[in-house]
Design a protein around this ligand. Structure first.
Ligand SMILES: [Mn+2]
Length: 505
């Protein structure tokens, strides 16, 4: 399109070359019922090179505005001829800013009458007036007390954030030459691990040496890739490698809050620092320094705020780790995410290594995992919307859950059970998106008595000891037994007849 006139310009403005004899004021912005808010907004618009005209019923005020180089005219909000001095076609937005709801409503009616093409922003003295003004036709309503309280809350948060930061530094400084143990929850996830690395960096900033300790396993290929690619240094504590916590002067709990609850700190030990985001009864938490923010989606978010507040430089690995921690703990900002998680992520985003993030999320698949997938696909048995499959002799337990996740994508399938036979147990992993089924409970009913089973409504697992059968050298017979046990018990537990297959071999 040539010429450069879009509809808005040709329609709304009497494009520039004079006014065709029209002496009325032209301005895209109009502020009606100015007052102190109005003149402040007008000043901001002028700073942005926007033309603005103010209308006020007080002639003296209009005079003062003119002296301050504003364009202003006298006009009453209740007057149906309010817009007479204005070329309405030039107006794009009107801000109606008096504190009188009735007068603001009258002004809205006058503007609506003149044009339905003007955006109207009106002021309400309280949230009560907000609905009235919206009903009268305002496109947006501003409520100054709300705005002031929001701004005050933000200031309060900043003040508290600064206080937190200086408090934690004091606790860390009081460690002196002693070492700090940073303990994450068992089977740590990226949120816990990245939060721990952040605390390590904060401790290092005041010369405090620290070590990250954990118990359990780092499950999932993604988490293993996370630890390797981001060089996360942690010490695993177990029966084979016990370490007395007495070698540390202070202990911090990250992403957990109570000794012995899902962490390696014994019950009788008093910890010094607790930073977590899981809701907990505060009377159960005992530490010199406690920062628990249940409204936050991730501990990594809290730690990012500390690093920001303390102005500690965040290297690429740490930024990437924290960003991944926030993303995974909020399920990609879909679960429990709060604006503070988004601002922390936005802060980390430019500092993070996105290529590494991609590699963490799509870790290389081992041959064993690929084989497991292959077998799970080949051996599938489908009954209605249920898919049950076995992977034969089990080598990689993580692959079971991955196969189950993958097979749940199959058209028409709502529940998947994948199992494999280990040394002396049958391992099962289940996934379901059938809202009528609580898979964790079903698995418990089916396998809880002879083995261990449990989980959530959509994700569950179980182990069944093979007992005397584990000695058998006849693998095909063992597989047959495993299949019978799994199918029979599972279908009985969910009340489905172990009937004909609709597909499979
Ligand atoms: Mn967490």
């Amino acid at each position: 399109m040539c010429g450069g006139f879009n509809i808005k310009e040709s329609g709304k403005h009497t494009n520039g070359n004079g006014t065709n004899g029209d002496t009325r004021l032209q301005s895209p912005y109009l502020i009606v019922g100015s007052g102190s808010i109005g003149s402040t907004v007008a000043r901001e618009l002028l700073k942005r090179n926007k033309k603005v005209v103010l209308i006020d019923k007080d002639a003296g005020k209009v005079e003062t505005l003119r002296e301050q180089e504003f364009e202003a005219v006298v006009g009453d909000l209740n007057d149906p001829n309010l817009l007479d001095p204005i070329n309405v076609k030039s107006v794009e937005v009107v801000l109606i800013l008096s504190s009188d709801v009735a007068a603001n409503k009258n002004a809205i009616a006058t503007i609506k009458q003149a044009s339905d093409n003007i955006q109207i922003i009106a002021r309400a003295p309280s949230t009560v007036g907000k609905g009235e003004l919206e009903a009268a036709g305002a496109d947006s309503v501003v409520v100054p007390p709300r705005i002031v309280s929001d701004a005050t809350m933000r200031i309060l948060e900043r003040v508290e954030s600064a206080k937190h930061a200086s408090d934690i530094l004091n606790v860390l400084r009081s460690n002196g030459d002693g070492k700090l143990a940073i303990v994450v929850h068992d089977n740590p996830d990226p949120d816990a691990m990245s939060g721990a690395v952040a605390l390590k960096a904060i401790a290092a900033s005041v010369g405090t040496e620290s070590e990250i300790l954990y118990r359990g396993e780092i499950g999932h290929q993604e988490n293993k890739a996370f630890v390797n690619l981001l060089h996360i240094g942690m010490d695993k504590i177990d029966e084979e490698k016990a370490r007395p916590l007495s070698e540390f002067k202070k202990i911090a709990l990250i992403d957990c809050s109570i000794p012995e609850e899902n962490n390696l700190v014994p019950k009788n030990v008093v910890v010094d620092i607790v930073i977590d985001h899981h809701p907990v009864g505060m009377e159960d938490v005992h530490a010199e320094y406690v920062d628990i923010r249940p409204n936050t989606g991730a501990t990594a978010t809290i730690m990012t705020k500390y690093l920001q507040e303390l102005d500690i430089s965040i290297d690429k690995d740490l930024a990437t780790a924290l960003l991944y921690g926030i993303r995974t703990d909020t399920l990609g900002f879909k679960r429990n995410a709060n604006p503070v998680d988004l601002t922390a992520a936005a802060f980390l985003y430019p500092l993070a290594d996105h290529e590494i993030l991609n590699r963490i999320e799509t870790p290389a698949i081992s041959i064993e995992t690929l084989d497991t997938f292959g077998k799970s696909i080949r051996n599938r048995k489908i009954r209605g919307s249920y898919l049950i499959t076995n992977v034969g002799t089990l080598k990689d337990r993580d692959a079971l859950a991955q196969a189950a996740d993958y097979l749940l994508n199959l058209e028409g399938i709502t529940t998947v059970l994948v199992y494999g036979v280990g040394e002396d147990q049958i391992y099962l992993s289940g996934r379901s998106n059938d809202i009528r089924l609580n898979l964790g409970e079903a698995m418990h009913r089916a396998f809880g008595e002879t083995g261990s089973a449990g989980g959530h409504a959509t994700t569950a697992g179980a182990q069944i000891p093979l007992g005397v059968f584990s000695d058998t050298k006849d693998r095909p017979a063992l597989m047959k037994i495993a299949e019978e046990v799994v199918m029979k018990r599972f279908f009985a537990a969910i009340g489905v007849e172990n009937g004909d297959e609709t597909e499979g071999e």
